[in-house]
Design a protein around this ligand. Structure first.
Ligand code: NI
Ligand code: MN
Length: 226
């Protein structure tokens, strides 16, 4: 399986059966060098409604005919704009041609449209993907929470965790999250996109390593086979 990073929380996951874009923040992502028009995908997975996560979801869905998998409200929101969608809610999963997607809890918020009249788009979620015999967890934006222990029970081959602080957990809480999740491999995300979420990811990786965890730092454009 191949993972490509586009910066922030945006990844392309290529399984043997399908190409999945996770939190497709390409246009306007200061870290992303790849135009959204260059990406082809079969599914788009969205963790919550914030603009730095829904990003190009609608455009990708329409151009590629990709199904958007997200919480019920986000699925309805994009469905009403002509996208193919599949809505889930936390704790619920569904089977797709490439494998299974289950939404997990995340402690965060989920709205689109800043200012006086935000539209609230359901519960923020994490994404748990089972494909090609591997379990992959993209935490979305979240605080640390004790129930991460339940998510880790499946045996995670790869976890993508936010470490940026301010809007999500920072490095200290992400280290505790690793203790709950016990993934074989971790890729930090949601940091250094803007000054407000600047973090020393190398220091995080070093501290995680001392606690027995394997962290792989990716920069935008990097690819990882696992
Ligand atoms: Ni967010
Ligand atoms: Mn975010």
């Amino acid at each position: 399986m191949r993972l490509t990073y586009f910066g922030h929380s945006c990844f392309l996951l290529e399984t043997s059966q399908a190409r999945l874009v996770l939190d497709p923040f390409l246009t306007g992502n200061p870290a992303c060098k790849t135009p959204a028009a260059d990406i082809a995908c079969d599914f788009v997975l969205v963790s919550h409604g914030h603009e730095d996560h829904i990003g190009d979801a609608l455009a990708l869905s329409k151009r590629c005919g990709a199904t958007i998998i997200a919480n019920y409200e986000i699925a309805e929101y994009f469905g009403a704009q002509g996208a193919k969608t599949h809505g889930l809610n936390p704790g619920g999963g569904a089977n797709f041609p490439f494998g299974r997607v289950k939404l997990t809890l995340a402690h965060h918020s989920s709205s689109v449209g800043a200012g006086l009249h935000p539209i609230y788009l359901g519960s923020p979620c994490g994404l748990l993907i089972a494909a090609d015999g591997k379990n992959i967890y993209h935490a979305g934006d979240t605080a640390l929470f004790l129930d991460m222990q339940l998510i880790g029970r499946v045996g995670l081959d790869l976890a993508m965790l936010p470490i940026g602080d301010n809007y999500t957990m920072g490095p200290d809480d992400a280290l505790d999250a690793l203790g709950f999740l016990k993934p074989k491999l971790t890729v930090p995300m949601h940091y250094n996109t803007w000054p407000i979420i600047a973090q020393d990811a190398a220091d995080f990786a070093h501290r995680a390593g001392r606690a027995g965890h394997v962290v792989r730092l990716m920069v935008s454009g990097d690819t990882l086979d696992f």
